[in-house]
Design a protein around this ligand. Sequence first.
Ligand code: GCV
Length: 644
Amino acid sequence: MDYSLLWLDWKTNALLPEYTGRIVGLPATRQGKAALRELMNGLKAMGGEPEQCGNRETGPAIRLTEYLGNDEKVTLRRRGEGMELIGSGRALLYGVFHLLRHLAMGETYPEWESSPAYPIRMLDHWDNADGSIERGYAGRSFFFRGGRPVYSERIRDYARLLTSCGLNGCCINNVNVHENALKLLSGSYKKELKRIAACLGEYGVSLWISVSFSSPMELSGLDTADPLDPGVQQWWKDTCLQLFTSIPNLAGFLVKADSEGRPGPHSYGRTQAEGANMLADAVRPFGGKILWRCFVYNCTQDWRDTKTDRARAQCDHFAPLDGQFRDNVILQIKNGPVDFQIREPVSPLLGHLEHTNSMVEFQIAQEYTGQQRHVCYLLPMFREVLDFRLEHRPERDKVSENICAVCAVCNTGDDYNWTGHDLAAANLFGFGLLSWDPQADPAEVARQWSILSFGSDPAVTKTVTDILLRSRDVYEKYSVPLGIGWMCVPEDHYGPSPEGFEYDRWGTYHKATHREIGVERGPDGTGFTEQYTPRLAAMYASVESCPEELLLFFHRLPYDYRMKDGRTLLQRIYDDHFEGFEEAQAMSDAWDGLRDKLEPDVFARVQERFRMQLHSAEQWRDVINSWLYRLTLIPDEKGRKIYL
Ligand code: GCV
């Protein structure tokens, strides 16, 4: 096998309790059977010798009790001296993986009664038909090769990984749908898709595909894709009939429309709701859903235009449409108002949709957070977003209570370790657990992941957990300061380039001069703060009450502005950059201390990533500090070396 099994390796020193020696119960469904197989194989991998006893219960055992249906609620409870797992086939899968995880960590009776917080918990792949991955940092696609989808055993193991951490959906192709990926709709790859869907389905994972809004033109030569055109509507209905009837596990479509050059309803003078609803009507007979992205903004802005603010765009476009979307449309909203930066406020749009389904889109592909060469554990950020109180509706105030689904742009590829950086797999595992339970504790998730991935040596667990939990703050310190965003190299988005985006069309400006930096987003500026409810709007609008980590997201300030601890803004930025690099060095040293405690190849792979991270962190420190020093001519109070 040319890939690892990540946390499903089950190599552990755990002492298995007696009841794990007998398995009772004969699940009838494909998913139930998969659960039984996983249980047997998992226990064997842990050194057990489980015996399958049919339905005979002759002593302490694990009993699998399967209910018919598709419900995801799972119960694990003590039964005499043994355990019982109760649920539908797919719920048994979750139960089995939960049990195995906890046995592997040495827990004897991991009782659990749980339902996932959301019915849709999925990963979005940005895989292209040619096998490349947009913003992919872990090799090439394992879904596509040479222009078409391909089935492989790896997809089965991928489905196992997803289910084992609670995920149940996967969109296999890029939201930017080009070339052969267009044909996923047309039936050309029906056989391949069917095979992939069946494989995912055995593990309770639904297949989704991204489609282009102008498919009727691109695939069939229609002269319009206008959503109100009866010919277009019929085209989508016919296409969906073909597709959904041949692929039973297809859940629906993900659509990026009117975004970054992609076609959409705006080209025909129609609203986003009219566009989404037309597709929703076409998939409805098959129980399908439309995930409609809200990443709609002007990406051809002139940097001299001081009126337009990209942060405002999503609310401006979608908030007025609340209530106009069909009930099988879910608006997919990036966690922040701009684009997956290391620090952004929560997207205000998440609060505005009272009568429309919405979901949060996170990104575990670390596009702006170190590209899986830097360690950056994102669960603390995701928890902050899910816990954020929007203050729109007291009864369901938090983001986590306002949404009906979650997804993350995926960080996997065909690298041996799936995620490029071994430690980046913690984001995949953690996102799964968090999507099941938005209250999951990032520290506990990190601890579990570390034990399951690297074994139970407490020194390893402590070091790995510490590194993960510090990593986001460290990355933030040496990279882009105080919420200002961007400052990375255009195109590949890796490494520092403080003015790289400044005179370009993307609307991501900081407008730094020798006196001040930042865009004013309060009522006297772009008015973005007004998209929040009044208390939050006032909090962000005032420099005094704005959270300091977001200061330069919301405000334009002089470099001698005094922070709460008395330092100037500029000194804070200098300090963060020096400290951030030193802390990255400390994380790398901590990893070096594990040399004798880990498998040599794992140790070496991560050590190599730390080498890349330190090189890049040093660049970030020096480029940002030098740039600001040259701009302001204000020296570092501590007299440290700033390169010129
Ligand atoms: C898939 C950013 C990325 C693009 C990505 C886009 C999106 O602009 O750089 O690669 O396209 O977001 O989320 O649609």
